[in-house]
Write a protein that binds this ligand. Sequence first.
Ligand code: 6PG
Length: 267
Amino acid sequence: MQTPEKITILYTVETDASGAARRAAQLFVETARLAVSERGCARIAISGGSTPKPVFELLSDPSGPWRTQMPWEKLEIFWVDERCVPPDHPESNYGMTREALLDRVPLKPEQVHRMEGELEPEAAAERYESRLRASFRLKGAELPCFDLIALGMGSDGHTASLFPRTRALHETSRLVAANQVPQKGVWRLTLTSPVINQGRTVFFLITDGGKAPIIHQVFMGEQDPEQYPSQLIWPSNGILSLILDESAAALLPSADGNGHGVLERER
Ligand code: 6PG
């Protein structure tokens, strides 16, 4: 996997969180449809937390434009990360997704690749890595190439479950890591940064004015991935997309009349 010297960050600014969620739903559908037309299937990796939930609700809404446009029968869903809890636990990313999306759309169990948060973390990471190897038919050191990777960002600059000053930040040979997060007193499961950076379309969805400072720091400030792990996200194809609402984008250069902005970022 090559690491480009620079990346282009394309950001889209929507008026509010619901506008950003609609934009993200549109990206999910467009990316999935393109993937199916080019490769016969669409493999996406989704994050948890609170931000994506409205997007999943839009995708599953029978009265909305997206449910009918999504090629559900050709879609495979993976997770970017998971909390080390059972699937019915309130903290479970899978549990949130099941309620907002999976229980409302025509996906077969074999199309949904859950991280087994209920297992001992290291075993769960190894099992998910094996599942990725099988699903993507990987050989040797090959990395899976997801059609879409949907990320969020914490106000501490973490993404996925790559938290500041944790071991998984330095994991470059595994596909999936069990990551101890002392600042939260928990274990997490996470795709590693090389896998995320291999995505054909990698985007952050961030809709929270409280995150404007960290967005500025991550994308315009000093490079310090140990402190700001979202800076590890450096897609090998050189393009990183952001979908933001106005409050989250407040400290970025103003977007143009169409709500689009561009940042060039060098290593
Ligand atoms: C998780 C996510 C995590 C999330 C950020 C932002 O498991 O929590 O994958 O990386 O994207 O923490 O979370 P919010 O969307 O709740 O702000």
